[in-house]
Design a protein around this ligand. Structure first.
Ligand code: ADP
Length: 186
């Protein structure tokens, strides 16, 4: 199963990704996690990522596509994968299609988790109190939402046109939402 999780900031992609990975035993790649890891490690990528992330902006497509390309070459990715936070722009989606095509593979499903902006913002501000992520503050959240509508939301049409998109209501408990996704995938 090759799956992409779509959704705005605070939609719960990361939370559902962990549950899906445990249930279906497929590797989970979160670009946000990869970038936060690079920041903590203090690599060149991490330094660059920090600037963009803290401004609520997206990193350049070529950097992100490069990271994903490396991951896709790993043997454990041969039995399916779950992407969370990638693709986030049309060029990234096109890049992914090309990389998969060249391996004779394709996506099986794109799940868009839908949550109203106010609820998403509340969740992120709550997370800010617990996790202390430098991009979970009101100003950066506003920008992340704006960037989502400008650059990521158009992916819903992109994937709808090829019959891959499934929208899932992201309001409810973690288990309720997981059940909605599972029913669809099964
Ligand atoms: P969220 O989904 O809560 O916005 P993520 O953890 O997925 O957060 O991503 C955090 C930040 O990392 C983004 O705001 C962006 O700066 C950067 N990022 C993550 N994935 C991508 C991507 N595919 N393309 C460009 N930038 C990305």
């Amino acid at each position: 199963m090759n799956i992409v999780l779509l959704g705005g900031p605070g939609a719960g992609k990361g939370t559902q990704a962990v549950k899906l990975k445990e249930h279906y035993y497929i590797p989970h790649i979160s670009t946000g996690e990869v970038l936060r890891g690079a920041r903590t490690a203090g690599t060149e990528l991490g330094k660059k990522a920090a600037e963009y992330m803290d401004a609520g902006k997206l990193l350049p497509d070529d950097i992100i596509i490069g990271i994903i390309g490396e991951k896709l070459d790993m043997p454990e990715m041969n039995n399916g994968f779950l992407f969370d936070g990638f693709p986030r722009t049309i060029p990234q989606a096109e890049g992914l299609d090309e990389m998969l095509n060249s391996k004779g593979e394709s996506l099986d499903a794109v799940i868009s988790i839908e949550v109203p902006d106010e609820i998403a913002t509340d969740r992120l501000l709550k997370r800010a109190e617990i996790e202390c992520r430098s991009d979970d503050n009101r100003k950066t959240i506003e920008n992340r939402l704006k960037v989502y509508y400008e650059q990521t939301e158009p992916l819903k049409k992109y994937y709808k046109d090829c019959g891959l998109l499934k929208s899932v209501n992201g309001i409810g408990t973690v288990d309720e939402i997981f059940e909605r996704i599972k029913v669809f995938l099964d």
